[in-house]
Design a protein around this ligand. Structure first.
Ligand SMILES: Cc1cc2nc3c(=O)[nH]c(=O)nc-3n(C[C@H](O)[C@H](O)[C@H](O)COP(=O)(O)O)c2cc1C
Length: 488
């Protein structure tokens, strides 16, 4: 079942013993990170944390707005956030749409009809009122929210789980992206949308037209909404339509009070305002999901003109840093959910993984069914042309027997199967905005490793050795020994 709002999800976490409530007063400034970082790094991701008494910078008493951290931070909670028990249910559902089995007769066809209709069944629904507007603040003050400063050298306090809602100037299409926002003062923040991402793409049109861009920022709501804002959907696909698909129920949207945008009716807090096409300000540094501080840079500025919120809102927050952190589980959900879509264009991909050490874009391990000479190079080139996978810095392609979910196995095969000069490919192209090793921001080189078995047609005329595997018949013969040792 989808969740009506964040509160319903918290209730589920509470009832399942997946949430720790912390009532002792704690500071938004660094202390929440110090506690949460330890929890997030515990095996399996630790529990979700609800800090009930948070002290804002410069104050001595708790502010009355609880801070929720690590709600997505385990495989189980990530699945629950998307209204399933096992994340694999989602790619399975996607597979059933994109690869429908041919119906065997009229009854079968009728049975499959709801499946096909389901794709378009959950567009966002405009409603006339929403609890996110229970309280309307015309004279906004961001310092009244428990926005946290995460790491010692951060340039300030940052919103870290916002859904940033904007509209395409030309066709009105909505984009919802998750971009951190540094609080500068009571009414302004940074707008850290990377040049490659949807919000920045839409902003470009406003710059060219010399027009202010209206922006709304939603915090909270069904956790499927925040996840969808982070998902690498192609431009033009509404993240709230995708959220409706995930939760099998439309997202209720309500019109903002001061801008011509719609926000989730059941969000906790909404900021309304605009970004000026001319204005830039230094943003950062910020302790980032690379595990290093991202460098200061100039970014647009968001002016907040109104804040609306529920009565007693909860403030959702995450902390990024040296992996694993909560965002690893969000990236893992994306890895699993997008596999069937990647396979639509690259059916030879049997599986892939974005290992935790690679912070999504640094390492991509791909398992293929190799059919022709150079097949691994074809797959790398295709991946570098596929949406946000274009940032993949090191791609390793392996044969179908290698378990790409096991990084140690991939490293073993890479070392054994790869002849550096022959089996690597270097290309140039866009690089992730956070990659501090790129000599120029956003641009640099990427490398692919063909770690598949080499064929004579690829110039490898020497024999290729077999893997060492014990025979099943011998294993069956010694089973008694092994069982006995296991029980001793
Ligand atoms: C916790 C978290 C924080 C993120 N922060 C940023 C950010 O500050 N800037 C950015 O451009 N992308 C950030 N991202 C990544 C984008 O949300 C993600 O790439 C998304 O697909 C962008 O969508 P868009 O292309 O529709 O803008 C963040 C993701 C997560 C999970």
């Amino acid at each position: 079942m989808p969740y009506k709002d964040l509160g319903e999800f918290i209730t589920r976490l509470d009832q399942s013993g997946a949430l720790t409530r912390i009532s002792d007063p704690i500071r938004a400034d660094l202390e929440i990170t110090a506690v949460s970082d330890r929890v997030m790094k515990s095996p399996g991701g630790g529990k979700a944390l609800l800090f009930e008494n948070v002290i804002r910078p410069g104050e001595t008493e708790p502010c009355g707005i609880p801070v929720l951290v690590n709600m997505y931070g385990s495989r189980t909670r990530m699945a629950w956030a998307l209204a399933v028990e096992d994340i694999e249910e989602i790619p399975e559902r996607i597979r059933s749409f994109i690869k429908p089995e041919i119906p065997s007769g009229i009854i079968d066809t009728l049975k499959r009809l709801p499946q096909i209709v389901e794709l378009t069944k959950f567009p966002p629904k405009i409603v006339s009122s929403g609890s996110c507007q229970d309280v309307v603040v015309d004279n906004p003050d961001l310092t009244e929210l428990p926005v946290c400063k995460c790491w010692p050298k951060d340039g300030g306090a940052f919103f870290t789980l916002p859904q940033i809602i904007t509209k395409n100037l030309n066709d009105g299409n909505r984009n919802v992206g998750m971009y951190r926002m540094q609080v500068y003062d009571r009414t302004t923040t940074g707008m850290h949308w990377h040049i490659h991402h949807g919000g920045s793409g839409q902003f470009q049109d406003y710059i060219e037209a010399g027009k202010r861009m209206e922006v709304a920022v939603a915090l909270g709501g069904d956790p499927a909404l925040g996840y969808s804002a982070s998902a690498p959907l192609p431009d033009g696909i509404d993240e709230y339509l995708f959220a409706g698909f995930l939760r099998k129920k439309p997202v209720d949207l309500v019109k903002c009070k001061t801008v011509d945008l719609h926000v989730p009716a059941n969000a906790e807090i909404v900021l309304e305002g605009y970004v000026d096409p001319e204005e830039r300000r230094i943003e950062g540094p910020f302790g980032d999901h690379t595990g290093f501080y991202s460098l200061e840079d100039e970014y647009p500025v968001f002016h907040v003109e109104a804040i609306t919120h529920r009565e007693n809102p909860i403030y959702p927050h995450t902390i990024v840093g040296k992996p694993p952190m909560e965002d690893f589980y969000m990236g893992w959900a994306t890895e699993r959910i997008f596999l069937p879509l990647i396979q639509m264009v690259l059916p030879e991909i049997l599986d892939y993984s974005l290992p935790v050490e690679g912070i999504f874009h640094n390492y991509v391990f791909v398992r293929i069914k190799k059919r022709y000479p150079g097949h691994a190079f074809k797959v790398m080139n295709a991946i570098w042309g596929l949406g946000q996978l274009m940032f993949s810095k090191f791609i390793v392609i392996v044969d179908e027997w290698v378990d790409v979910q096991n990084s140690s196995e991939v490293m073993w095969v890479l070392g054994n199967h790869c002849e550096p000069e022959r089996d690597t490919l270097m290309v140039k192209g866009p690089r992730d905005a956070l990659d501090h090793s790129a000599p120029l921001a956003h641009y640099g080189s990427k490398m692919g490793f063909d770690a598949t078995k080499k064929w004579p047609e690829e110039g490898h005329t020497r024999p290729w050795p077999d893997r060492i595997i014990m025979g099943d018949e011998v294993l069956a013969r010694v089973k008694g020994f092994i069982d006995k040792m296991n029980t001793e």
